[in-house]
Design a protein around this ligand. Structure first.
Ligand code: AMP
Length: 439
């Protein structure tokens, strides 16, 4: 048969609606990743004593103008802004820290025990150019420590909780990059030196960097274009320009990380995209498969953010990690989630009368807290057991005419094929015994 040319389906207009660009459905097949990450983040929050906070998806757009910074890409190009019928200008939140800071001030959380250790999780929105690891709707897990003092122990604890998150998810080759970008005293000096250096290379800079040079020189270090990367190689080192307070602060963070045996790489060109950072900044990448997706967690200290919102100077440090990127890296590294089904049984019937009994058996098992799957709408036992096989459920409970008559049930180990019958009233006890034995 002659080979037929495949039709290029992507060129045909779809008859169906699709998700807007950069937005995704999360299908049941991906749900186990979301569940695992969600569970792990909650357990860590619980262990390290972070209280969960949830803020609205819509905030006043000005909140982000004031905090994230007028000159950042997020505010200039990426915010989804809308006008309500009442005339309010709202934005779909592009990040979580500013809303948490707003909530801290609005609910006077500074009056309760300090610092406040807060944890959040939820969708963020940025009108970016979609590519691998970069979406327009994505979800973040965030940890923030707000208030109290600017003790370097808090910077370390934030980094540690993200380090543990990746470790618990079995992500390999995590590379923590860390830097300090100084404070109000030393940063202006460094910025001037950076400007002076870049002024000499202005004619070779990309148009964005020419603009950054005037408006926000620290962001020059963020540019990934080849020509600008070359110029970046010889920039003055921010760590040499830190004031003594910032220098001691940074050294102490590193000492604490050493104590915890959390490995790190110094990266004096790491500045982060948002304006509100001071002193410690960090990002964690997965080297090897998944590296191209960009930073997993990223964050830093933001001691001046509360002031920008009209509050008092309030020390704070935090970070956020994209969940979609975590999942993409877990897939790229072929990280197995472990069978969800190992603590699940499959109920199967042979015959119409048994089907009815099975319906009740499933509910009895649910009441006893035993996760159960079934394929009761299928008539053939073979077809039902195929479903069990597909789901990877290790134990099947089978009811036929004879079992109903004897008030017994067949319990079959689907991995070995071995089976026995047990009295129906003892089935819960028997399943739990088997689970205990396989612990
Ligand atoms: P940021 O809020 O920009 O500091 O980002 C913190 C983390 O959120 C990043 O390190 C990523 O893991 C994730 N992230 C940021 N922007 C996106 C995006 N457009 N799509 C997917 N994940 C993102």
């Amino acid at each position: 048969m002659p080979l037929q040319k495949k039709k290029n389906k992507s060129k045909e207009p779809s008859r169906f609606f699709k998700t807007p660009k950069g937005m995704h459905d999360i299908l049941p097949s991906d749900q186990p990743y979301w569940d695992r990450i969600d569970r792990t983040a909650r357990e860590l929050a619980d262990f390290y004593n972070f209280g969960r906070i949830e803020t609205p998806i819509l905030e006043f757009a000005d909140l982000f103008h004031k905090t994230v910074g007028e000159e950042t890409d997020i505010v200039q190009k990426e915010m989804y802004v809308l006008k309500t019928k009442g005339g309010d200008i709202l934005a779909l939140r592009p990040e979580g820290t500013a809303p948490v800071a707003r909530a801290y001030l609005e609910h006077s959380l500074g009056r309760v025990s300090q610092p406040q250790k807060l944890f959040y999780q939820g969708p963020m929105f940025r009108h970016e150019n979609p590519q691998a690891g970069r979406y327009r709707q994505f979800s973040q897990i965030g940890f923030e420590i707000i208030g109290g003092s600017n003790d370097p122990i808090y910077d370390t604890q934030i980094i540690l909780v993200f380090h543990r998150l990746l470790e618990s998810l079995k992500i390999k080759n995590a590379n923590l990059k860390i830097n300090s970008i100084g404070c109000r005293v030393c940063r202006p000096l460094y910025k001037r030196q950076l400007q002076a250096y870049y002024k000499n290379h202005e004619k070779n800079l990309c148009p964005d960097c020419v603009w950054r040079l005037k408006i926000n020189p620290l962001r020059l270090l963020d540019c990934k274009r080849e020509t600008c990367e070359k110029i970046k190689e010889k920039t003055p080192n921010v760590l040499d320009k830190l004031c003594s307070m910032c220098s001691t602060h940074f050294k102490t963070v590193l000492e604490y990380l050493d104590e915890l045996q959390v490995p790190y790489t110094l990266d004096n060109q790491l500045v982060r995209g948002l304006d509100y950072y001071s002193r410690t900044v960090f990002e964690i990448f997965a080297e090897g498969p998944g590296r191209e997706l960009g930073a997993l967690p990223g964050g830093g200290r933001y001691d001046y953010l509360m002031e920008l919102l009209g509050g008092h100077l309030t020390p704070a440090v935090g970070g956020a990690c994209g969940i979609e990127r975590l999942i993409a890296v877990m897939k790229a590294q072929d990280i197995k989630l472990g069978a969800k089904s190992s603590r699940r049984v499959f109920v199967a019937h042979a015959g119409e009368m048994a089907k009815k009994k099975c319906l009740k058996l499933v509910e009895d098992l649910r009441g006893a807290g035993i996760a159960t799957s079934e394929g009761l709408a299928r008539e053939s036992l073979t077809a039902q057991l195929k479903i069990a096989d597909r789901e990877g459920v290790p134990i099947a409970l089978i009811l036929g005419q004879r079992e109903i008559y004897e008030e017994r049930v067949i319990i079959r180990d689907l991995r070995t094929g071995l089976q026995e019958t047990v009295p129906l009233h003892r089935i819960v006890e028997e399943i739990k015994r088997r689970w205990r034995d396989t612990q």
